[in-house]
Design a protein around this ligand. Structure first.
Ligand SMILES: NC(=O)c1ccc[n+]([C@@H]2O[C@H](COP(=O)([O-])OP(=O)(O)OC[C@H]3O[C@@H](n4cnc5c(N)ncnc54)[C@H](OP(=O)(O)O)[C@@H]3O)[C@@H](O)[C@H]2O)c1
Length: 316
């Protein structure tokens, strides 16, 4: 039987790419452990990481051992050469060791090269699922033809994709496909790395932040969708809606993503601020009225271009 997507308490998943101090501002281990304790105390008990996020898996393993929580990780297959079966097995075993877990609740596959056939790898993952090393198989950044192929090889329960008021490429064909096949959408980047927040209102150009992935990852995304001027207009719209609900702009941006069809939970990156953690968790516990969801969608459509499908320009 197809394993269903796990229930996520409070619908917020804590993104832990932020623990990779090669891409994000370096944070001390004690600050990270304190933040994780705070999330757990707030009832936010699901964490997203990847084998390629530096020390992220290891820190989560230390912080979460024996705690009542879920960890979603990724196996990322870079390069133009087919991984051998021992490489695939080692990847999964490393993640289990780093995370100090007997089983992976969700293993998400990121497959870079469209020219390489992933069939054998999925067959191997299926066997690992039967052995209990993996509970569920998901994918990330798969486009629709890739996902169509993958579902014939393994029970795929989710696709982790970038989704925000700026980047809505998922809507062209992926979202209806996932709904049709009962595959959960797990959005990341709902705040465009933090650009969709009060801090950037009226800022003329996005500042260079060499120690923050916002600067290299989400700035290029914004360029591809029409640039900084429409982002400023979107912030004005968010401010207007936030005032109406007496919520913050970030809460409205998160809530809009959460209400899109097929979205089961929203991944937003770990923050050390207790106030932000609490606001982000609360952001998914009420609902924008349908007319406001529609208003935000219309404004987004007016302001931003949607070039290609999921992960199109990232693949070059
Ligand atoms: N599958 C993939 O290819 C892929 C790619 C990217 C990310 N991800 C996953 O998705 C996760 C989430 O994505 P993301 O973190 O890039 O996106 P995000 O949620 O759009 O941005 C997170 C950033 O927004 C800022 N922020 C958070 N809460 C805020 C608040 N209440 N007010 C103002 N600013 C706030 C923080 O930055 P500051 O506090 O530093 O300003 C935080 O680092 C990652 O950690 C990772 O697990 C996956």
């Amino acid at each position: 039987m197809m394993p269903s997507f796990p229930v996520i308490p409070r619908s917020l998943v804590v993104g832990c790419w932020q623990l990779d101090d090669r891409s994000w501002r370096s944070q001390s281990e004690s600050d990270i452990f304190r933040a994780i304790d705070t999330y757990l105390a707030l009832g936010v008990t699901t964490f997203d990481t990847a084998d390629i996020y530096g020390r992220s898996e290891t820190l989560l393993g230390k912080a979460l051992k024996g705690r009542d929580c879920k960890v979603f990780t990724k196996a990322v297959f870079f390069g133009d050469e087919m991984p051998s079966s021992s490489q695939v097995r080692n990847k999964i075993d490393n993640s289990l060791r780093n995370l100090k877990r007997d089983t992976l609740e969700l293993l998400q596959i990121h497959w870079y090269s469209p020219d390489l056939d992933f069939s054998e790898v999925f067959e191997q993952l299926n066997q690992m699922r039967e052995q209990g090393k993996i509970q569920r198989i998901g994918v990330t950044n798969f486009n629709t033809p890739m996902l169509e192929k993958a579902i014939a090889l393994a029970p795929i329960c989710s696709n982790q994709v970038q989704y925000s008021l700026i980047d809505r490429r998922v809507e062209s064909s992926m979202q209806p496909f996932c709904q049709q096949h009962d595959i959960a959408l797990l959005p990341y980047g709902p705040l465009a790395g933090g650009y969709l927040s009060k801090k950037f209102v009226g800022v003329e150009t996005p500042p260079r932040e060499s120690d923050h992935a916002r600067s290299f990852y989400y700035s290029s995304m914004i360029k591809a969708h029409g640039g900084w001027t429409p982002v400023q207009e979107m912030l004005t719209v968010l401010k207007e809606v936030a005032q109406k609900y007496k919520k913050t702009m970030v809460q409205v941006a998160l809530n809009w993503v959460h209400q899109q069809p097929g979205v089961v939970a929203v991944i937003s990156g770990l923050t050390l601020s207790r106030e932000r953690m609490s606001l982000n968790a609360e952001a998914l516990e009420w609902q924008l009225a349908p007319e406001d969801v529609q208003f935000l969608s219309e404004q987004s459509t007016r302001l931003f271009e949607q070039p290609g499908g999921i992960y199109s320009y990232e693949q070059g």
